[in-house]
Design a protein around this ligand. Structure first.
Ligand SMILES: [Fe+2]
Length: 266
């Protein structure tokens, strides 16, 4: 009987700015502090934490340094990913020890007792859309080819499909056909696909793979299937708690700023 299990934390879209400055009227660094504090208080037993891109809003060195300072002493390993708001060079300067693939992309494979966590780098410098070039796709394909019987979770910042919100669908992963082909041919070990970028809770399946996204830490994108112009909202932020136990995966979303208890009766 397979009894291996894992608790994984997903946090996404921090959009950190220069410490002390606001973004859309909110303080992203204060939001991150409260999120990380909540994780430490409630989930000190987490095995791994993935922060799935848009670590910063403008890729500023000071924003990466602020993130680095906040992660010192964090109780579990943290895997960092890039989104379209990030700057790969500034990230690598701030985090010189963070693993990268053989071509310098921030793509990582982390093995756990439960399975492997693959994190892709979909940043296309200077563009809002996502990209997976042939080098990045080759890395992903080889990981799947060599997976044996190990279970796999895949994280990527940009979703590889439309989610029904036009202003987000125009900046999804560009030309996802080759990625979809690799998943279809070699992805039998993939148990779940996680993404960021959309700043709201989204769940479903794609190519028979279950997927999910979660609210961002700072600002959210309201559901609007019509308006093409980007707009943001102050819907509640959240992080995800992924409980993997053998072939069962359960995902909770923790709305860490909204824990006020209600009266039990009346
Ligand atoms: Fe974002």
């Amino acid at each position: 009987m397979d009894t291996s299990n894992m608790k994984l934390i997903q946090i996404t879209d921090l959009h950190l700015a220069t410490p002390g400055s606001l973004l859309h009227g909110l303080d992203p660094l204060d939001r991150l502090d409260r999120c990380l504090g909540d994780v430490v208080d409630r989930h000190p037993d987490a095995d791994i934490c993935v922060i799935s891109g848009d670590l910063t809003d403008r890729g500023e060195p000071a924003a990466y340094q602020a993130l680095k300072s906040r992660l010192q002493g964090f109780p579990c390993p943290v895997v960092l990913m890039l989104g379209n708001h990030d700057d790969r060079q500034n990230f690598r300067t701030a985090f010189p020890d963070h693993p990268v693939d053989g071509n310098g992309f921030v793509q990582t494979a982390t093995s756990t007792d439960w399975g492997d966590v693959l994190c892709l780098d979909t940043l296309a410098s200077g563009r809002r859309e996502g990209d997976l070039c042939s080098d990045r796709l080759d890395w992903f394909r080889k990981k799947l080819e060599n997976a044996g019987d190990r279970r796999i979770l895949v994280f990527m910042h940009h979703p590889p499909f439309d989610i029904g919100i036009p202003r987000l669908d125009v900046i999804r992963l560009d030309q996802p056909e080759e990625f979809a082909s690799i998943v279809s041919r070699l992805g039998q070990n993939i148990r779940h696909l996680f993404f960021g970028h959309v700043h709201r809770p989204v769940f479903g399946s794609w190519n028979r793979v279950p997927h999910s996204a979660l609210p961002a830490i700072n600002h959210q994108v309201p559901y609007d299937p019509v308006t093409p112009v980007m707009a943001y909202s102050n819907e509640p932020p959240a992080y995800a708690v992924v409980l993997a136990d053998g072939e069962t995966i359960v995902i909770h979303q923790e709305f860490f700023l909204h824990r006020d208890a209600l009266p039990t009766a009346g």
